[in-house]
Design a protein around this ligand. Structure first.
Ligand code: PDD
Length: 281
């Protein structure tokens, strides 16, 4: 495998960041995960738009211009012969002696890009079964709109969910409302057939897959409500699903072990999974 680090393409095992890198010391870094399909980066414009927001939110400069970044994403996928898979991009505030204050302006940001293939058949098998999600208190900070690598709460929630037989955690806020998944956005379909997901302005990451799915839902003329829902509303839903670049549209068939709807992937989730690439860029 080949990784890109600060201007160089290196064998994965030989690639690395300084132990003084602020990604290592402080998680002072932001990232993107993009789907690769047929060698193309899916929704690259939306991913770079979100990267722009993350960088601006933490006062970090662009490591390179957008066209250069887009080229590197494609190049890393190509050099790893990834036709269907994922590319990972991470920008940190660079390497400097450990000090909480931002480093001097001459310290260059660090840029890492890696890629890997995904076993589509295995992923489709998981989607055909659907997954169980486990609810967890949302103990994250307020700026979950920033796609930072500071993901310890997500790591702990997902691991706790896994230990209870879940493949994903669903975070629940202090009002009992579901915010989002540990690494996905959360959706339900009500018994009335309304697709419901939390507004992106309130305590969630604005998922690129979420944005693209909203476009598909609009094009299909489906009933949609961007409004938070609580755990009981999720239990009572006809269908539930998650979205993420790593999961596309993933049917949720159980929440805390309780079957949702028929306890099988719902027809709408299944169709949206099949059709989402029709509207992706
Ligand atoms: N995570 N919410 C959270 C907390 C996430 O970490 C992610 C994605 C999403 C979905 O965003 P998108 O549709 O742009 O992938 C929502 C990535 C995939 C990850 O950390 O692996």
């Amino acid at each position: 495998r080949i990784a890109y680090v600060n201007g160089r393409y290196l064998p994965h095992a030989a690639a690395g960041l300084s132990i003084d890198d602020r990604a290592v010391l402080f998680a002072d870094s932001v990232y993107e995960v993009c789907e690769v399909k047929a060698g193309r980066i899916v929704d690259v414009r939306l991913h770079l738009d979100r990267l722009a927001r993350s960088l601006a939110a933490i006062g970090m400069p662009w490591p390179l211009g957008r066209p250069a970044l887009a080229r590197i994403l494609v190049e890393v996928a190509a050099r790893n012969r990834v036709r269907d898979g994922l590319v990972y991009l991470q920008v940190s505030r660079g390497a400097a002696r450990r000090d909480f204050y931002f480093p001097a302006p001459d310290v260059a940001p660090s840029l890492v890009v890696t890629a890997r293939s995904v076993d589509r058949a295995a992923a489709e098998a998981v989607a055909a079964e659907g997954i169980n999600v486990v609810t967890m208190p949302d103990n994250r900070w307020e700026r979950v709109d920033i796609k930072t690598t500071g993901l310890l709460p997500n790591v702990l929630a997902k691991e706790a969910a896994r230990s209870r037989g879940g493949r994903e955690a669903w975070f629940v806020d202090a009002d009992g409302l579901i915010t989002e998944g540990g690494s996905s956005n959360a959706w339900i379909v009500t018994q009335a057939g309304v697709v419901r997901t939390r507004p992106a302005e309130q305590g969630i990451l604005r998922g690129v897959t979420r944005t693209t799915l909203l476009k598909l839902i609009e094009e299909e003329g489906l009933a949609l409500e961007e409004r938070p829902f609580n755990v009981d509303e999720a239990y009572a839903a006809k269908e539930a699903f998650n979205t993420a670049a790593t999961a596309l549209v993933m049917p949720v068939v159980r929440i805390n072990g309780r079957p949702i709807g028929a306890g099988r992937p719902g027809p709408l989730a299944t169709r949206l999974r099949r059709d989402i690439h029709d509207v992706a860029e």
